[in-house]
Every structure is written in structure tokens, then in C-alpha cells.
Design a protein around this ligand. Structure first.
Ligand code: HEM
Ligand code: NAG
Ligand code: NAG
Ligand code: NAG
Ligand code: NAG
Ligand code: NAG
Ligand code: NAG
Ligand code: NAG
Length: 327
């Protein structure tokens, strides 16, 4: 068969099986759940009344979902005889939070449009609501993901970046899911809100890399503040603002913090302080112009939300985000 014929026939076979150009789009629920955005936004807004941090926690769930076998709601599944929950993976245990709010969103959506909206899409829509409610950009979220019937705790342990990694490791983990260096810098800008526990950066404050000194890329005034907040014999779970300047606002201060050696996590400061790194110019660009950051952040959220979604008839629409249907 000539390659000319193949070009004609292959898409046709795809079409017959209903998989031709299956991809996410912004109108996926236009007929089946037209009010999805305002319902999700309403629940997030309600939760913010009593927990200023919840928006940050919700977008982080989307990130940790998408990096493990794609954006398929796998992070939301609880432990069972056959499922080793991603909730108990290293990056998530005693850290990932907001699951109860996801359940509240699911309940509200099941009341309005039963069995229609996937849990994976809930995380994507809740992320947009969280960012825009905190003063960040709004965007049209691409939808149509379906939910997994499995989880991968091992995948969560190995695929999600940790704050102690060097820039080359971080870049590699983003690249492994099809995300670029610009995506890495833009998405790290989500650390413009939310909190981090002392245990995830206190190695920078005392005897960093075994030489008796703190991390030299940490400003001395910020070092003093952080040592007070995280004493050597203190609790590793004490919370600190990821963005000390505007802790609950979604803005580009994260990037000027990095320029001032006030990145909280090692993985944050490395974006600006790694000699010769391509990320430095991107940090400077985002620090100098908030609109540029917002535009790039939106594009990178769309890129992240497009990581290997389950489409068409793959997976399922869970009726309870914590459980596979029928289990
Ligand atoms: C570049 C690699 C990244 C690393 C190493 C990293 C690491 C971390 C760590 C260690 C925490 C603190 C968790 C805790 O204290 O329990 C955190 C919090 C957070 N991360 Fe990241 N992160 C990265 C990228 C991202 C991305 C891509 C997003 C979203 C687009 C994101 C959003 C957040 C948010 C919003 C918080 C605060 C969550 C809360 O307050 O509950 N992070 N991150
Ligand atoms: C959105 O995607 C769904 C599922 O692939 C499809 O049925 C629908 O026609 C698409 N809508 C648009 C506007 O492309
Ligand atoms: C959509 O949801 C919002 C918030 O829950 C509500 O105020 C509004 O009346 C709803 N609109 C429709 C058409 O159901
Ligand atoms: C994942 O990491 C956690 C915490 O470090 C560990 O308890 C668990 O056994 C690991 N799970 C797998 C499947 O590797
Ligand atoms: C960085 O990646 C290398 C190769 O995968 C690995 O051996 C090393 O442990 C990673 N470093 C950190 C701090 O995770
Ligand atoms: C710093 O850590 C190194 C390696 O673990 C150790 O040999 C050294 O005694 C420590 N120094 C201080 C001041 O704690
Ligand atoms: C914590 O350690 C400091 C010295 O690093 C010491 O002065 C202080 O008494 C200790 N506090 C507690 C509660 O053990
Ligand atoms: C900031 O960036 C936006 C969009 O990228 C651009 O339109 C605007 O002119 C820039 N503003 C300045 C002051 O450079």
C-alpha cells in the first residue's frame, strides 16, 4: 500500500473506533454539566473562608496527580486490598491535603449532574478556581479526562520531584512527562502561595551538605528568620509561607524572592542560583513582568493538564473520588 493511501486510511480506522482526534476541550460538559465552573468555584470559595491555604493545596493535588500516570485522579484513591494509595507515597504522606474539599466538590457536582464529571477534571477546574480567587489569571480549562481504576504508589515515589534535587534532576522529571524548562519555571511559580513544613528545607539552615555552613544561596536575613521558625530541635512539621512577601496572593513575587535569595525550598532557589542555568533568564523575565508570568503559567497549566489523560471510553467517571466504582 502506498504511503499516500495510509494517510487516508489510518485516520478513517481511528474514526471508526471513535478515537480519532480525541482530546481535551473546554466545552466537554457544555450540555451535560454547564455550570461546572461556578459550582467548583463556589465550593473552593467556601473552603477558603476557613482555610486561606486550601487553594494552594488543591493545585498541588492536580500537579501530583498529573505527574503519576497522567491526570487521571489516581492520587485521590484510598488504600484497599488491591490499591496502594498514592496518598501514602513519600511526596504526599503527611503533606498532600485538600481531599475533603475534593469530596465536597464531587458531592455538589453529583447533585447537579450525576455521574458526569470526572475526579481528574475536578482537580483541573479547582486549580483554576484557586489561582483566580487568589488574584492570579483566569483561563478556560480543558476538560474530558476520565478517572483511573488504579493507583501507583511506586510511581508517585519516583516521578514527583522532591525539594532536595538538583536542577538537572528537576528538569529530567519534567521532561519525562513532556514538560519544558519554561514549564518548570512557570509552574514553580505556584509557590507564590501555600506553605511548606520545616523538614522540607531545614537542611539548608544548618550544616548544609555537611560543611558546617548553611546554604550559601540563602540571604542572611531570611536565614535568621527561618532559623527562628525552624529551630534544630523543633518540630519538622511547622508550617512556613512559601512566599514570605504575599503568602496567600497569586502574583510574581515568587520570582523577585528568588532574585533576592529568598526562595524557601532548595528546588526554588536553584532556578536562579545554579551557575549558567537556562532558568535564570526565565526567572528574570517573570520577575520583571507579571503579565508575562501569568500568560506562561496558564500555558504551562494547560500543558501539565494534558499529561496522558484517559479519554473516550478508557477509565471511568468515579461517583466517589476515593474509590473505584463498584468497590
Ligand atoms: C519543581 C518541582 C517542585 C518541587 C520540588 C515541589 C516541592 C514542594 C514541597 C516540598 C512543598 C511543601 C509540602 C509540605 O510542606 O508538606 C510544596 C508545596 C506546594 N507546591 Fe510544590 N513543588 C514543585 C512544583 C510544584 C508545582 C508544579 C506546583 C503546581 C503547579 C506546585 C504547587 C505547590 C503548592 C501550591 C504548594 C503549597 C501547598 C499547601 O500549602 O498545601 N509545586 N511543593
Ligand atoms: C470535545 O470533546 C468531546 C469528546 O472528545 C467531543 O465529543 C466534543 O465534540 C468536543 N467538542 C468540541 C467543541 O470539539
Ligand atoms: C450555577 O451555580 C452557581 C453557584 O453554585 C449558582 O449561583 C447559579 O445559580 C447556577 N446557575 C445555574 C444555571 O444553575
Ligand atoms: C513509597 O515511599 C514510601 C515513603 O517513603 C514508602 O513507605 C513506600 O513503601 C514506598 N512505596 C513503594 C511502592 O515504593
Ligand atoms: C538525581 O538523579 C540521579 C539519577 O537518577 C539519582 O541517582 C539521584 O539520587 C537524584 N538526586 C536526588 C537528590 O534525588
Ligand atoms: C556537619 O555534617 C558533617 C557530615 O554529616 C559532620 O561530619 C559534621 O560534624 C557536622 N558539623 C556540624 C557543625 O554539625
Ligand atoms: C534546642 O536546641 C538549642 C541549641 O541548638 C538549645 O539551646 C535549646 O535548649 C533546645 N531546646 C529544647 C526544647 O530542647
Ligand atoms: C509585559 O508583558 C506583556 C505580555 O507579555 C506585554 O504585553 C507588556 O508590554 C509587557 N510590559 C512591559 C512593561 O514590558
Amino acid at each position: 500500500m502506498s504511503s499516500y493511501l495510509l494517510i487516508l486510511v489510518v485516520p478513517f480506522i481511528g474514526y471508526m473506533f471513535g478515537v480519532s482526534n480525541a482530546q481535551l476541550n473546554s466545552t466537554f460538559y457544555a450540555n451535560t454539566c454547564p455550570n461546572i465552573s461556578s459550582i467548583v468555584r463556589g465550593v473552593v470559595q467556601q473552603a477558603l473562608q476557613s482555610d486561606a491555604r486550601i487553594g494552594a493545596s488543591l493545585i498541588r493535588l492536580h500537579f501530583h496527580d498529573c505527574f503519576v500516570n497522567g491526570c487521571d485522579g489516581s492520587i485521590l484513591l484510598d488504600d484497599t486490598n488491591t490499591i496502594q494509595s498514592e496518598k501514602n507515597a513519600g511526596p504526599n504522606v503527611n503533606s498532600a491535603r485538600g481531599f475533603n474539599v475534593v469530596d465536597n466538590i464531587k458531592t455538589a457536582l453529583e447533585n447537579a449532574c450525576p455521574r458526569v464529571v470526572s475526579c481528574a477534571d475536578i482537580l483541573a477546574v479547582a486549580s483554576e478556581a484557586s489561582v483566580s480567587l487568589a488574584g492570579g489569571p483566569s483561563w478556560s480549562v480543558l476538560l474530558g479526562r476520565r478517572d483511573s481504576r488504579i493507583a501507583s504508589q511506586a510511581g508517585a515515589n519516583t516521578s514527583i520531584p522532591n525539594p532536595f534535587e538538583g536542577l538537572s534532576n528537576l528538569t529530567a522529571k519534567f521532561s519525562a512527562v513532556g514538560l519544558s524548562t519554561t514549564d518548570l519555571v512557570a509552574l514553580s511559580g505556584a509557590h507564590t502561595f501555600g506553605r511548606a513544613q520545616c523538614r522540607l528545607f531545614s537542611n539548608r539552615l544548618y550544616n548544609f551538605s555537611g560543611n558546617g555552613n548553611p546554604d550559601q544561596t540563602l540571604s542572611s536575613s531570611y536565614l535568621a528568620t527561618l532559623r527562628q521558625a525552624c529551630p534544630q530541635n523543633g518540630s519538622g512539621s511547622t508550617l512556613n509561607n512559601l512566599d514570605p512577601s504575599t503568602p496567600n496572593t497569586f502574583d510574581n513575587n515568587y520570582f523577585s524572592n528568588l532574585q533576592n535569595n529568598q526562595g524557601l525550598l532548595q528546588s526554588d532557589q536553584e532556578l536562579f542560583s545554579t551557575t549558567g542555568a537556562a532558568t535564570i533568564a526565565i526567572v528574570n523575565n517573570f520577575a520583571s513582568n507579571q503579565s508575562t508570568f501569568f500568560q506562561n503559567f496558564v500555558q504551562s497549566m494547560i500543558n501539565m493538564g494534558n499529561i496522558s489523560p484517559l479519554l473516550g471510553n478508557n477509565g471511568e467517571i468515579r461517583s466517589d473520588c476515593k474509590r473505584v466504582n463498584g468497590s
